[in-house]
Design a protein around this ligand. Structure first.
Ligand SMILES: CC/C=C\C/C=C/C(=O)SCCNC(=O)CCNC(=O)[C@H](O)C(C)(C)COP(=O)(O)OP(=O)(O)OC[C@H]1O[C@@H](n2cnc3c(N)ncnc32)[C@H](O)[C@@H]1OP(=O)(O)O
Length: 718
């Protein structure tokens, strides 16, 4: 709702009241309309201030109302009522003015912002455009290039930048509402003719066509199939080429197109999913709201390879004191230099405060004796990690949290090396650890609720989205990756090329196809794991070369590694690169020849494989594993899996995540296609639809938020 009060006799004050962000719900819109009429009708009131309760102007339209039938006054007539008012209306912007909130502010005649406020049009991230006149007013106010930038990227600007751009009239370090009241009094009685943005002509730069062409190219490059950014460009184009009223009609048409799209539904689902994962629960009943995190002031990182360095940077930038340990002098000195460089680049590019003084380097594990939490990031080798955990358990003070950055090893086995297994938890960072937003917090059967809560909170403090997951091979992300990769290898055996598979996945929206990712992360990583699992066999011909444990196996990755083709780092992998460390993947005729030879050796006849088969086999196998993970209680809900895939594995956000995507395709259709492929490939167990997927499909494709009701009480796999 909106409250009305009178300040200093002559200023009518409308206060938006809808915690936590004063979103423009039906009740708030109704309140604004009613209170505007009241302010305009009271003769003593000479001017109006609009502000938000609790230091937040407005977070925009209420996203929770988007799925439901529209009630209350629409936004567009509301902003027109404000702009057309005969008394000056001043927006007092504290905290946030986002989306519809900024549109509300732009309909006011003046805008006063607090210096700490942020403003922006983030609709594009929800699959929408600013549909209450934002695409028509902003270019009129700040010009086409700046408006295109803000509307197509959704980036938030500081009050200082907003002032520079001309979005706000004044910025204050003092109380913005008081400043707005004073301002409102000072403009009482002044003409408002020049203050109604909709009446401004839209600036028409001479190189208009080139500007729009560049903007379209830019969004095509970065949008990876998302439709909202390009539609935003079209709406701004209407502001320049059409009179205001016609431009508003065009904005409405384009908004409706986006509003009803599957992409908008996916992005809005994802918005809430990313927030829902902080309300975690574990298989043995621990929960976010009943578990108190322990205080952590000083942390340690053991092992300063690529991951350890990134983790050190993340911790230091988040304000933790860090002891960074690498036992080899030479490597320690290299790491110190690398970490310093990373901190300096962070300060230069993102304005993160320099944190050199937060880090103490040491060659000795003894240096961690007084820390509150240790993150082990040594080489991915169980024997080595066990030794480190035994050492840590002996050296560290009682009560210290022992965390491992393993990407898939058994947390419980490591916990059993320590005197306090309840204090052990996985913190699986993603490379580069100081950049990637995802953190999988892996609890073992014995991890205490406080320890899970502490790791989750540490992740948040480091600016990450932490997702709690159970302990199993590969946890959630890497476990699902296995069947996906496996299908990609099988497709090569059957006649596809890496380029073809990657193209299909990139057209779907992945930033990189599976083979390019494999080249980037190094083929040797998976090879080492397969070797330690006893999967890599010396026999390279005959049927046994392609069968392990009675199931189909492709040794293609192993064969490439045997030839020293580890990907980008060696300049050769599934693609070729101009030099070791090169980044530009080019098709490799050698690889094509090798695949032909391989097929001939194994009696495989190459066939034409179409787009649909590549997509379905790769994605549905991955999705099926996701359902198995839910069934096993490794992830508490589909949102956890979707957030992990979007933030950690390049799944296109506008497709919501693999579990949301499955729901959009239709669970019955996913089951049917998996069954189809399983009939053709009976030796691939990953194509057998899991029972939870079948159960959900059979119960009539319930909406994703209802899946938890069907998922049985979770239990740990170990
Ligand atoms: C018919 C439409 C016509 C015109 C077009 C207009 C369209 C729009 O305005 S779309 C909305 C545009 N606004 C946004 O996209 C803002 C989204 N919110 C955020 O970016 C952030 O929440 C924040 C910067 C406002 C605050 O961040 P932070 O302090 O980190 O808190 P949280 O993100 O955890 O949010 C707290 C809480 O608030 C809920 N919430 C936030 N914004 C909205 C909103 N616009 N509508 C409804 N609910 C909102 C958020 O979900 C959190 O609650 P839960 O934890 O319960 O999910």
């Amino acid at each position: 709702m909106a409250l009305y009060s009178r300040v200093s006799g002559s200023v009518g004050m409308i206060t938006l009241q809808n915690p936590p962000v004063n979103a423009l719900s039906a009740a708030v819109r109704q309140g604004i309309v009613d209170m505007m009429h009241r302010a305009l009708s009271e003769p003593e009131v000479k001017s109006v201030v609009i502000c938000g309760q609790n230091g937040k102007f407005c977070g925009g339209a209420d996203i929770r109302e988007f799925g439901a039938k529209m009630t209350g006054p629409p936004l567009v007539p509301m902003v027109h009522l404000i702009e057309a008012a005969s008394k000056p209306v001043v927006a007092a912007i504290e905290g946030i003015a986002l989306g519809g909130g900024l549109e509300l502010a732009l309909s006011c005649h003046y805008r006063i912002a607090h210096s700490k406020a942020t403003l922006g049009f983030p609709e594009v991230a929800l699959g929408l455009l600013p549909g209450a006149g934002g695409t028509q007013r902003l270019p009129r106010l700040i010009g086409v290039p700046a408006a295109l930038d803000l509307i197509t990227t959704g980036r938030h600007v500081t009050a200082a930048e907003a002032r520079q751009l001309g979005i706000v009239d004044e910025v204050t370090d003092l109380n913005a509402v008081d400043a707005a009241v004073k301002f409102a009094q000072s403009v009482t009685g002044k003409s408002l003719d020049a203050r109604r943005i909709s009446t401004y002509p839209c600036p028409r730069p001479p190189d208009l066509d080139a500007i729009f062409e560049r903007a379209m190219q830019q969004v095509r490059r970065s949008a990876r199939g998302a439709i909202a950014p390009g539609t935003c460009v079209q709406a701004v184009h209407a502001a320049v080429t059409l009179p205001y009223a016609k431009g508003m009609e065009r904005e409405r048409e384009l908004f409706s197109l986006l509003f009803t799209s599957g992409q908008a539904r996916a992005l809005q689902y994802y918005f809430f999913a990313q927030r829902a994962v902080s309300r975690w629960s574990t298989a043995n009943g621990a929960r976010w709201d009943t578990s108190k995190p322990r205080p952590v002031r000083k942390a340690a990182v053991i092992g300063l390879g690529t991951m350890g360095r990134g983790i050190t940077v993340s911790l230091a930038q988040a304000g933790f004191s860090v002891v960074a340990v690498e036992t080899q002098e030479q490597q320690l000195s290299e790491a110190k230099q690398a970490v310093s460089g990373m901190l300096e680049r962070g300060a230069k590019r993102r304005g993160v405060p320099l944190a050199h003084d937060k880090i103490k380097y040491s060659c000795s594990v003894q240096a961690v004796a007084d820390v509150d939490l240790v993150i082990e990031a040594v080489f991915e080798d169980m024997a080595l990690k066990k030794t480190v955990f035994q050492q840590l358990s002996a050296i560290c003070k009682p009560g210290v949290l022992l965390c491992t950055n393993t990407s898939g090893l058994d947390i419980d086995e490591l916990a059993s090396q320590t005197q306090s297994p309840e204090l052990v938890v996985g913190m699986h960072f993603f490379a580069p650890a100081h950049v990637m937003q995802l953190l999988e917090v892996v609890y073992g059967p014995r991890s205490s609720p406080e320890v899970v809560a502490t790791a989750m909170q540490m992740g948040k403090k480091m600016g990450k989205v932490s997702v709690a997951v159970g302990n199993c091979r590969g946890f959630v992300g890497n476990r699902m990756l296995k069947p996906y990769l496996e299908q990609a290898f099988f497709l090569l055996e059957e006649g596809a090329t890496p380029e073809q598979v990657d193209q299909v996945l990139e057209e779907f929206g992945f930033a990189m196809g599976v083979f390019k990712v494999s080249d980037l992360s190094g083929l040797d990583v998976g090879w080492k794991v397969r070797k330690s699992d006893g999967l890599v066999s010396p026999a390279s011909t005959g049927t046994s070369a392609r069968i392990r444990g009675g199931s189909r196996y492709s040794p293609l990755g192993d064969l490439l590694c045997e030839r020293g083709r580890f990907g980008q780092k060696t300049g050769r992998g599934w693609y070729q690169y101009d030099k070791p460390g090169g980044r530009v993947a080019k098709p490799d005729p050698w690889l094509h020849g090798f695949l032909e030879e391989y097929r001939a050796q194994h009696g495989l006849v190459a066939r034409h494989i179409d787009h649909q088969e590549v997509l379905e086999r790769c994605l549905y196998a991955l999705i099926n594993e996701g359902f198995q993970i839910l069934q096993d209680g490794i992830a508490a809900g589909p949102e956890d899996i979707d957030v992990i895939y979007v933030l950690g594995y390049g799944w296109p956000r506008h497709r919501g995540g693999p579990m949301f995507y499955a729901g959009q395709v239709g669970l019955d259709k996913v089951v049917e296609r998996l069954e189809h492929y399983q009939q053709i490939h009976p030796d691939v167990p990953g194509l057998q639809p899991c029972s939870l997927l079948r159960k959900l499909a059979a119960s009539g494709n319930p909406a994703i938020h209802k899946w938890r009701e069907v998922i049985q009480k979770p239990r740990s796999q170990l």
